[in-house]
Write a protein that binds this ligand. Structure first.
Ligand code: PMP
Length: 431
């Protein structure tokens, strides 16, 4: 049994923590088997409780873009910790990180720090509703914006109708204000505006989706969303929790040259500490308490340790002129070489990639929305996942997730990964 200690730890955790984990996707529910308990992480590698090491393609679900425990970030956090963990009062550091981000990201005048991506997106829609005086929002099937009530809505059969809750505990009153459309389908969005005139506060979108696997915007989808919002007096919210500081320093706004009205951040912005943020131009941010009437707050918001980890991470990225070029090149190599091997094996697949986000779908056609992602051969993915895991390659444990490439992944790790893919036993394929 190769995961002996992890199995024992999981059994024990199961008694005290719901499902044995503090966030559901960690439980390996979709791929089956026992989740691997991690002990430490350094650079491109994770070490588990059984002393096995893995090349990490999750990278804490995105934050560890520099790889794990970067020495300069570690040193900065240690120094900060000696000054105090949390003051519940303003610090100069908060202004420093806010200023640094605003100066280097297009189209934002003010930023508010929170402690998670969920909080950022939840606060962004409250702000959009407060600013516009409207109640409804549009979200896309397969996009995830955290676990606040308004976002836990599935499409049901008619994507263009009122949503239904897909988690018990979300009231139908909340669900009815979340309208759903298919990702990449601008006509459905236009229809929703036609049928809900003057009622829609905002569209929230992952400009490159990462929560149905990696799915790219097609046919000027993002540009068209901007246009529809402008025509209807609604705000466009970019959920850049995954894409912010990852696809480019200025995220998808910079990459696609489209301005959002409110931008949500998380993951990379905290350098591995619990941080989220939302930002907008002055006119919108001035509506927020204590200046304005839209309330939002947090005991640990702007926490000094988190701010120091985030600022140091962002500075390291910004000061390296080849940062994104190298990261994207690594990802492109993985895409091409994995694709080549799967082709040689005769395995139908589609690899979606943008910057340093990618997903391998076992699908014969393109994957451009949730339905198509769902139509992939997930049983085959699960098999692929386990065979790679056994060879020391740690992929996200679901065919609906994005792989996050870090700067610590170099030739050695790429070679190790490709070797594992070459060893993938296609005959074990489950149709
Ligand atoms: N938005 C997006 C696009 C995300 O991917 C996530 C988390 N994966 C969230 C929001 C929620 O962030 P958090 O888990 O930090 O609450």
């Amino acid at each position: 049994m190769i995961y002996q200690r992890s199995s024992a730890l999981f059994e024990e955790a199961y008694q005290y923590i719901p499902g044995g984990v503090n966030s559901p996707v960690r439980a390996f529910k979709s791929v089956g088997g026992v989740p691997i308990f991690m002990k430490s992480a350094k650079g491109a590698y994770l070490t588990d409780a059984d002393e096995r090491t893995y090349v990490d393609y999750i990278n804490s679900w995105g934050p560890a873009i520099l790889g794990h425990t970067h020495p300069e970030v570690l040193e900065a956090v240690k120094l900060q910790a000696e000054k105090g963990f949390s003051f519940g009062a303003p610090t100069e550091l908060e202004t420093e990180i806010a200023k640094f981000i605003i100066e280097n990201v297009p189209n934002i005048d003010q930023i508010r720090m929170v402690s998670s991506g969920t909080e950022a997106c939840m606060s962004a829609i409250r702000l959009a509703r407060g600013y516009t005086g409207r109640e409804k929002i549009i979200k896309f099937e397969g996009c995830y914006h955290g676990h606040s009530d308004s976002f836990l809505i599935k499409a049901g059969s008619g994507a263009a109708t009122f949503g239904n809750p897909n988690s018990p505990g979300v009231t139908s009153g909340t669900a009815k204000d979340t309208l759903l459309a298919k990702y990449n389908d601008i006509e459905q969005v236009e229809d929703l505006f036609r049928h809900n005139q003057g009622e829609i506060a905002a569209i929230i979108v992952e400009p490159v989706a990462g929560n149905m696997g990696c799915v790219l915007p097609e046919n000027s989808f993002i540009q068209n969303l901007r246009k529809v919002c402008d025509e209807n007096g609604a705000l466009l919210i970019f959920d850049e929790v995954m894409t912010g500081f990852r696809l480019a320093f200025g995220g998808a706004q910079e990459l696609y040259n489209v301005k959002a009205d409110i931008v949500c951040y998380g993951k990379v912005i905290g350098g591995g500490m619990p941080v989220g943020a939302f930002a907008a131009r002055n006119e919108i941010m001035n509506c927020l308490a204590p200046k304005g009437a839209v309330y939002q707050a947090g005991t640990l918001s702007g926490n000094p340790l988190a701010m120091r980890a985030g600022l140091t991470t962002l500075q390291l990225i910004k000061n390296n002129p080849n940062f994104y070029e190298k990261l994207n090149k690594t990802t492109e190599t993985l895409d091409f070489e994995i694709g080549k091997i799967l082709n040689e094996k005769g395995i139908a697949h589609k690899i979606n990639r943008k910057g340093s986000m990618m997903s391998v779908f076992f699908h014969t056609n393109r994957v451009s929305n949730f339905e198509e992602a769902a139509d992939s051969n997930h049983a085959l993915f699960n098999n692929f996942f386990h065979q790679l895991l056994a060879q020391g390659i740690y992929l996200p444990p679901s065919g609906y997730e994005t792989w996050f490439i870090s700067d610590a992944i170099n030739e050695t790790e790429i070679d190790k990964t490709l070797e594992a893919v070459r060893n993938f036993d296609y005959s074990d394929k489950v149709e």
